[in-house]
Write a protein that binds this ligand. Sequence first.
Ligand code: NAD
Length: 314
Amino acid sequence: MNVLVTGAAGFIGSHLSRRLLREGAHVIAVDSFTDFYPRWIKERNLSPFAGDPNFEFFSQDLLDFNLEEILARVDVVYHLAAQAGVRSSWGENFSVYIQNNILSTQRLLEAAKGKPLHRLIYASSSSVYGLTPTLPMSETSLLYPLSPYGVTKLAAEQLCLLYFQSYAVPTVALRFFTVYGPGQRPDMAFHKFFRAIAEGRPISVFGDGEQTRDFTHIDDIVEASFSASRRGRPGEVYNVGGGHRERLNDLLPILEETCGKKLEVIREERQKGDVAHTFADIGKAALDLGYSPRTILKDGLREEWEWIKTLYRA
Ligand code: NAD
């Protein structure tokens, strides 16, 4: 099986690539090394694949990439490339989000028209729900993004559905809920917390800490993505969450226990774009994809803490 992974040098893309190689796939990978976080971290993500004849890497922007030629020789596309991050999506920076989240997806979908693809999996986000009043959030809930990032992820998701309806491109959108574990992006909370703890600095908590999040371990995300490429119904959207939600204030003692250190916490003002709660209804993914999240938060946090220590020692 030949697959294309966009955003392969990133957090989720590199984990997914490892899994696909293990399944015996030939992985065509593309990443433009955007400067959202340091390039050395992305190169480190890719280092296990060096010299693997089944891993073909292109250091290119999706907006210039020869997609016509590549899509003619792949069975499945995992489209993960994007400009992530809620807080940095306001202001002038929005144009980067339009380019990397909307235009690049539209270009990919155009090139996918008429190609013999089995599935095109799009990495959507819980941020499309934003202020939706229903918890848990189900695929039929009202969509009300609270950040420009969420707006671009929703626009690209809608494009996927449109290209399925109009051109039968077999798109499946997965709405990932806060992903964590080894490799997590440096702008994400656990990464920032663990790094600060490792360096003996206080951690910053935005808002009153009563916000809740549905955290999903990276292994569960990879499993859902792989399964969606086989069992996902084209034209459908699935939530991929961890199956429970945690209050940030309740997590602080768990972080202390994980690191074996007392935390110094600085309370800061709530950030624009941060939603109060996320919680996924994963019933549809369970039914269609056989999805069942396996990793317990405490175990996943311990793994991430061990990884952070090696990352910054390196
Ligand atoms: P990441 O930033 O680690 O990976 C994204 C990669 O895409 C980066 O390496 C970047 O260089 C690359 N990229 C961006 N624009 C590109 C372009 N135009 N051409 C080629 N490469 C480009 O992010 P991640 O956390 O691995 O997220 C992967 C996907 O999952 C994204 O689409 C993100 O929106 C989605 N998602 C992530 C989370 C999460 O908690 N990590 C939650 C919901 C959705």
